[in-house]
Design a protein around this ligand. Structure first.
Ligand code: AMP
Ligand code: MG
Length: 233
């Protein structure tokens, strides 16, 4: 497969490029894009066949669910059966940014995205290129990191190219990612919000806003517990 490559310009809305990349997404293809954490491998998150191509390109096990990326807070409404007070407060304080929220999923979220779970992971990234791309696509973008499974998560386009050239339809080059840390994954469906994966938003930042916050016991080396985030196994 030929991989289209586009260099994004900082002081531009990159409209033409975004439209071309979005056309590939609407055609069910996979396009890599920058976020403030690492580069993502994106596809239409409501199209199971497009989502399957992400798993194929990465060699990712099917039982590891994907994060859905949105470009405005309101867009989470269609993806969930409802948000509790904790979820709303976390969105207010930390979105857009490197915080992924686990919420109960609505019927439009394909099983391919949630790996058959009743919940789905949702994030609103702060990177402007990511926001412009998702907005141009007009659908939630399912995206894991743009590396072959087991390899380091890429923070620049050169590293994405090494892993993904010829395997995906397109690649947006937005330079180096700011943080390089992955997003913090927080389960909002439990009584007390629970960190399932540490990342850019720290425990201290979360407790300052939320008061009590728990950490998945499996992350603290307790072998009696299985991680609640399948990707942390
Ligand atoms: P990645 O796509 O590599 O950035 O990783 C996303 C992380 O979120 C992985 O550790 C997944 O297992 C985790 N994750 C995604 N969806 C869910 C979910 N519904 N419940 C728990 N963990 C999830
Ligand atoms: Mg990853």
């Amino acid at each position: 497969m030929k991989t289209s490559y586009w260099k994004l310009q900082k002081n531009s809305d990159n409209q033409e490029i975004m439209q071309e990349a979005a056309a590939l997404i609407r055609a069910g293809e996979v396009v890599s894009f920058p976020t403030e954490t690492v580069y993502g491998l994106g596809a239409d998150g409501l199209n199971p066949e497009a989502v399957a191509k992400i798993f194929a390109a990465k060699g990712r096990p099917n039982d590891n669910p994907l994060i859905l990326h949105i470009a405005k807070k309101e867009d989470i409404a269609q993806l969930t059966t409802g948000l509790n007070a904790n979820a709303k407060k976390l969105m207010e304080h930390f979105w857009p940014g490197p915080l992924t929220l686990i919420v109960n999923k609505s019927a439009i979220v394909p099983d391919a995205v949630s790996a058959g779970l009743e919940t789905v992971a949702v994030r609103f990234p702060s990177n402007k290129f990511a926001q412009d791309f998702i907005r141009a696509c007009g659908c939630p973008i399912a995206a894991p990191s743009a590396n072959i499974s087991g390899r380091p998560s890429p923070t620049n386009a050169q590293d994405v190219l090494e892993d993904m050239q010829g395997k995906v339809a397109g690649m947006l080059d937005g330079g180096n990612c700011g943080i390089g840390l992955e997003s913090t994954v927080v389960d909002t469906t439990s009584a007390v919000p629970t960190i399932l994966r540490p990342g850019g938003i720290t425990y201290e930042m979360l407790t300052e806003v939320m008061g009590a916050v728990e950490i998945d016991p499996a992350l603290q080396g307790d072998k009696n517990f299985k991680p609640k985030a399948p990707g942390m196994k």
